[in-house]
Design a protein around this ligand. Structure first.
Ligand code: SIN
Length: 540
């Protein structure tokens, strides 16, 4: 059983500190939301590693927002809804496409330098399933790193923001069913209670659920697990996006090869050198990500290979080096020169569309608890996220969260709260268990799923839950427990959804079933699983 808290505590005994708002996570969602809140209140921004280690830092492609005269919010909305495969929230998408351009201006005011041409106009790129060039980028393919750089400088300068690096939030604390703060572990392992009027989860995604991922080590689904334990609703976590093109090379990590490379004309070839995407989708290499990822897997199966090739050798050396300096240098480290060589690539876990259910102000179903960015399920992405919509979502909803928190009054004083669960004293090797979980997910809850594998995975994960009864401490153990919780939620939802849509594909139910499954799967710790109909969108 998953317990309410993963540590025992007594608030009367714990050291206590107080602030207006706690923001957990140091990527774009955390930094931007903290900066917006700091315009009127004090914020403690907590990052489990340094601010340089967030998932945002690795974002290459860019940020999608309407800036060109030939583009419009209506077109951006249409592309987002089509990619989302019938499960987007129409209202949430409306908010995204209309408010994105203003938030972009604020990112620039905060110091982000997007790439511009000689006339000072944004250099816009294209990615899969976008009908227009609308993606802004920075330093070629280092968009995330540039945004984090600019926002970190501002956050560190702010007198209202206290940045705590290498601190880990173990759980959020609830009293009378509302969130009243967080249990924070310092780098030396000491725990304290940080009381707040509001708490924002901006903890990023769950890429470490899988052995092969474009996400860094820190993407351990902490926010989803913390919110679930606190009683918040978790929505649609069966939808996992596998990025079609991660580097596949012996000894190299699954480094992201941006979709913008295909946006600039790269083509996919199987190991026999044959271009294949036209057999799968009319948009070829720029079809929605789930389509391209599955097409690649089909070609890998047909040719009995573990990879396909990405070929951009027909473009000029100058363009490649200017647009993709990071990718170019990274590949070169492994002896691959993308101006002359085809790059071996394979799909890898990249993004989770589901997460902690939020309303249009980023508030979860637990009052005073908010979620922003990848950890949240605002309804923007539906069953499959449109490329480069994630950075826009983080700033659009980060701004709205700040506006909503402004209206909150402090909660009643919390005094006598404690939690105790008996422990068996047994310890488990966390590293080994995490690897076992990642393999289990890859084999049974990966790009293609089947009832038999899903049942097997659930059975095994339920056995692994016994770890919660043992004696564990430290960040790695807590991260493992968060991953395990999130894995179970994803696998359960994947078993229930008997159809294929977006980032969820079932071999045994290979078709999209709108009659039955235009629905969301909601899970809570108290009530288990519930299904909820989607609101109609304008594509019907
Ligand atoms: C990429 O550059 O391909 C990733 C962008 C994204 O995930 O939106």
């Amino acid at each position: 059983m998953i317990p309410r808290y993963i540590v025992n505590f007594d608030l009367k005994q714990l050291p206590r500190e107080k602030t207006d708002v706690v923001v957990i996570g140091g990527g774009i969602a955390g930094l931007y939301t903290a900066l917006e809140i700091s315009k009127y209140a004090n914020v403690v921004l907590i990052s489990k590693k340094s601010l340089d280690d967030s998932n945002t830092r690795w974002a290459q492609g860019g940020i999608a927002a309407v800036t060109a005269k030939s583009d419009s919010p209506a077109l951006h909305r249409q592309d987002t809804l089509i990619a989302g495969a019938g499960l987007c929230s129409y209202e949430a998408v409306e908010v995204l496409v209309h408010e994105g351009p203003d938030r972009l201006k604020e990112l620039i005011e905060y110091g982000t330098e997007f790439d511009r041409d000689a006339e000072g106009q944004f250099e816009l790129t294209k990615e899969g399933a976008h009908s227009k060039r609308r993606i802004l980028h920075a330093r070629g393919d280092a968009t995330g790193a540039e945004i984090v750089r600019a926002l970190s400088v501002k956050a560190r300068e702010s007198e209202r923001i206290t940045v705590l690096e290498n601190h880990f939030v173990v759980d959020v604390v609830t009293s009378k069913d509302e969130c009243v703060g967080a249990l924070v572990m310092k780098p030396d392992g000491e725990m304290y209670f940080l009381e707040s009027t509001a708490t924002v989860l901006a903890t990023g995604g769950a890429g470490q659920l899988y052995r092969y991922t474009t996400n860094p080590e820190i993407a351990t689904a902490d926010g989803i697990a913390i919110a679930y334990r606190a009683g918040a609703k978790i929505k649609d976590v069966e939808f996992i996006q596998f990025h079609p093109t991660a580097l596949y090379y012996p000894g190299a990590p699954r480094f992201l090869i941006s979709e913008a490379v295909r946006g600039e004309g790269a083509i996919l070839r199987n190991i026999n050198g044959e271009r294949f995407m036209e057999q799968y989708h009319q948009q070829k290499e720029l079809a929605p990500r789930d389509v391209v990822a599955r097409a690649i897997v089909s070609e890998m199966e047909k040719t009995n290979s573990s990879y396909v090739y990405l070929d951009i050798t027909h473009e000029s050396e100058e363009l490649i080096k200017h647009r993709f300096p990071t990718i170019y240098k990274y590949c070169l480290k492994y002896g691959l020169d993308m101006t002359t060589d085809w790059i071996p690539v394979a799909p890898a876990c990249h993004y989770i569309m589901g997460g902690v259910k939020t309303d249009l102000n980023g508030e979860t179903s637990t009052p005073r608890l908010f979620a922003c960015g990848e950890v949240s399920c605002s309804g923007v992405h539906g069953a499959n996220r449109l490329a480069s919509n994630s950075l826009s979502e983080a700033v659009v909803y980060g701004h709205r969260i700040a506006e909503r928190i402004k209206e909150l009054q402090p909660h009643e004083q919390v005094s006598d709260l404690w939690y105790e669960q008996k422990r068996s004293g047994k310890t488990v090797n966390t590293i080994q268990q995490r690897l076992k979980l990642q393999k289990l997910m890859l084999r049974n809850v990966g790009l293609k799923r089947h009832e038999k594998g899903l049942l097997k995975a659930i059975e095994e994960m339920e056995r692994m839950l016994r770890y919660f009864e043992g004696d564990y401490h430290g960040r790695e153990a807590f991260e493992y427990l968060n991953l395990l919780t999130s894995a179970l939620l994803t696998t359960r939802a994947a078993l229930i959804r008997e159809e294929s849509r977006g980032g969820h594909y079932r071999d045994d139910f290979p078709k999209k079933d709108d009659l039955i499954w235009r629905k969301h799967i909601i899970q809570t710790i108290d009530e288990g699983v519930r299904e909820e109909n989607n609101q109609p969108d304008d594509l019907e």
